[in-house]
Design a protein around this ligand. Structure first.
Ligand code: ZN
Length: 230
């Protein structure tokens, strides 16, 4: 769904959503890096019911160091649809659904935003979205690293074939559901986090200039922080 502004970042657990993932030619969409693959899974009532996946001809060279990450070569994308056609298919697939993805707030959403602006007269994807990396910070404070494969392994999900978009979508869909189960443990008291010594609210993991720390969930009313000991 296109609109004037990007959708809101939600930290929620949804029953129905679309998980998506992109592979790209580099890290920076503002510096001309482009999307080479987009995949998505439609989930209804926690079950995957449909999938979408396409390679994209980025009309630029895919460098060796990037091929080493996802394995997608110039040759593989030379006959693939170009950006506008591929994105039109993706936008049709996602409709108005809430999007879910790993590290999408600072990576994938920026790529989608840039590419859509270029292809669709300055319009951007307006779907609200859930970033599982941000959710994992809340649900898995005990873990020092929370990239997708680390989380998958932690939950006993096979990371085989990681770094191709559809495989990462399947992995992340399971991770998202596992994060929901972790959150339920907080509610039932099986898993706990420190309480704020000033206001009594739950502490949450936050990321600052010098790494992660516990911050009060009552922020900005309460600005209490604590160091993490793992
Ligand atoms: Zn507090």
């Amino acid at each position: 769904m296109l609109g004037k502004e990007l959708g809101k970042n939600l930290n929620t657990f949804e029953n129905d959503y679309v998980v998506f993932d992109l592979e790209t030619t580099g890290m920076n969409p503002y510096d001309g890096d482009r999307i080479v693959e987009v995949s998505a899974l439609r989930v209804v009532n926690h079950k995957v019911i449909d999938e979408f996946s396409t390679l994209i001809n980025p009309e630029q060279h895919i460098t060796e160091d990037v091929v080493a990450v996802h394995g997608i070569t110039d040759d593989m994308v030379k006959d693939a649809p170009k950006m506008k056609e591929a994105l039109t298919g993706f936008l049709d697939f996602i409709g108005e659904d809430i999007l879910v993805g790993h590290n999408i707030k600072s990576f994938d959403m920026n790529f989608l935003k840039m590419e859509c602006m270029l292809q669709f007269d300055g319009k951007v994807p307006a779907n609200d979205y859930v970033d599982t990396l941000i959710l994992a910070r809340h649900c898995m404070p005990e873990m020092a690293h929370r990239n997708l494969t680390v989380l998958a392994e932690h939950f006993g999900i096979s990371p085989e074939g990681a770094h191709r978009a559809l495989v990462d979508c399947r992995m992340n869909q399971k991770v998202y559901e596992c994060l929901k189960a972790e959150t339920d443990k907080f509610e039932s008291g099986i898993k706990t986090v420190p309480q704020c010594t000033k206001c009594g609210k739950r502490m949450v993991i936050r990321n600052g200039k010098f790494g992660e720390f516990w911050g009060c969930s009552g922020y900005p009313e309460c600005r209490n922080t604590m160091n993490i000991s793992r």
